[in-house]
Design a protein around this ligand. Structure first.
Ligand code: SF4
Ligand code: SF4
Length: 93
């Protein structure tokens, strides 16, 4: 089975921090994107795919996905969505 990692929809993340507290490997950290605090996954290759973060998110902003597991794909997925949602027209890093 392909390794899955959590994909965070940064346009929906409320910055509550529950996924950060849930991860036993401390793979999440807050980042500021478009003047909002959002949770971002780091070191996705270390993820054990335990699903705790997905289960703890109160608004369903996290889903497990194998197709987007590489760091490059995570960046492509998250950054343009966040920027376009706030009408910025450029990537935020
Ligand atoms: S799936 Fe588990 S190990 Fe992976 S980021 Fe979420 S809580 Fe951490
Ligand atoms: S639990 Fe969900 S809403 Fe809360 S910080 Fe994590 S991704 Fe964002």
């Amino acid at each position: 089975m392909p390794h899955q990692v959590p994909i965070i929809d940064a346009t929906r993340c409320s910055g509550c921090g529950r996924c950060i507290a849930a991860c036993h490997l401390n793979l999440f950290a807050f980042e500021t994107q478009a003047w909002r605090k959002v949770s971002v996954l780091h070191s996705s290759e270390r993820c054990s795919a335990c699903n705790k973060c997905e289960a703890r998110c109160p608004i369903g902003a996290i889903r497990m996905d194998a197709r987007l597991a590489s760091p490059a794909n995570l960046q492509r997925r998250i950054t343009p969505v966040t920027a376009s949602a706030y009408g910025l027209g450029q990537s935020i890093s």
